[in-house]
Ligand binder design. Structure first.
Ligand SMILES: C[S@@+](CC[C@H](N)C(=O)[O-])C[C@H]1O[C@@H](n2cnc3c(N)ncnc32)[C@H](O)[C@@H]1O
Length: 287
């Protein structure tokens, strides 16, 4: 691995990687509708070759492999060893998919070898996104296409906006990351995504909003589902670090406040929370 993205490599092999591996089935259920929308945009057909960037535990890679069939293949690349281990364990035998622990922004990739560059929430973590996309573009055949899904901004994503707003008077929140800092919301600005892809050499770029309700909490009862939603919010994503070193009484107050914020949302044995994403498509020029 390179020096670049060292912080992300540490996090996805540490706290975030462990959280995603431990909650893999839950997170796959939450992300499924977004992944399906991006796959529809990619429109893979039989025999195509797909690079799945930041593939995590591989759910999207397996869906893509089912679409391209035995005559095609999918290469899933991710910096996280625990998630690639999980992906390899979950992949049925004879599926045309390979998983590699590697930094997609710098790993050696065969030139012009892929028809599609795909990602489900795996491209927002590069320190140098333009360099990363330029590198990955060289692995696409001339005329090859890009399709990925990424989050819009925090303000539009209730699964983080609501709990953050609920606890802001209980525990000090860190300053928001800079607009260019790698992280889940770093592609929230449509203009920035357009600039990155243009500078990386892509054409025919379209960036379309896609909204869906996420089953954030689940449980046998409504109360259990709300507690589960609070746990998901506090253990993963931006809030996990905010509460990490707080005393028990602060954590309890924060829990109660987030619980109250989630209690008003729809769902019977779940908590359905709005998620706001972009579906991004682009093309590698034909020559
Ligand atoms: C939010 S998770 C999404 C995982 C998976 N695509 C999914 O939808 O379940 C982001 C993923 O991007 C991976 N990632 C971050 N930076 C990366 C890089 N430079 N190269 C490859 N993978 C990276 C992380 O390890 C993590 O698995």
């Amino acid at each position: 691995m390179t020096e670049q993205n060292a912080h992300q490599v540490a996090d996805w092999n540490g706290q975030s990687g462990e959280y995603w591996a431990a909650n893999q089935a839950r997170l796959d259920a939450m992300m499924a509708v977004f992944g399906r929308a991006a796959i529809e945009a990619a429109a893979p057909v039989t025999d195509e070759r797909v690079l799945d960037v930041g593939c995590g535990a591989g759910a999207s890679s397996l869906d893509l492999a089912a679409r391209v069939g035995a005559g095609g293949y999918v290469l899933g690349v991710d910096i996280s060893e625990p998630l690639i281990d999980r992906a390899r364990a979950l992949a049925p035998q004879d599926t045309p998919v390979l998983f590699r622990v590697a930094d997609a922004s710098s790993t050696e990739l065969p030139e012009g070898a892929f028809d599609i560059l795909f990602s489900r929430f795996g491209v927002m973590f590069f320190e140098d996104p333009t360099g990363a996309f330029a590198h990955m573009r060289r692995a696409l055949r001339p005329g090859g296409r890009v399709a990925f899904v990424c989050w819009r901004g925090v303000a539009e994503n209730d699964w983080v906006r609501l709990p953050m707003g609920a606890i802001k008077d209980i525990v000090p929140l860190p300053a928001p990351p800079g607009p260019e800092a790698p992280g889940p919301f770093s592609f929230g600005d449509r203009g920035r995504v357009m600039r990155i892809l243009t500078a990386a050499g892509f054409t025919d770029i379209t960036i379309t909003p896609f909204d869906a309700s996420i089953p954030f909490g689940e449980g046998k009862t409504r109360d259990a589902a709300i507690d589960d939603a609070v746990r998901m919010a506090f253990e993963g994503g931006p809030l996990s670090l905010v509460l990490a070193d707080q005393p028990d009484d602060i954590r309890a107050r924060a829990w109660a406040a987030a619980r109250a914020a989630f209690a008003g949302l729809a769902g019977e044995r779940s908590v359905m929370i709005n998620g706001a994403a972009w579906i991004v498509m682009a093309r590698n020029p034909a020559s």
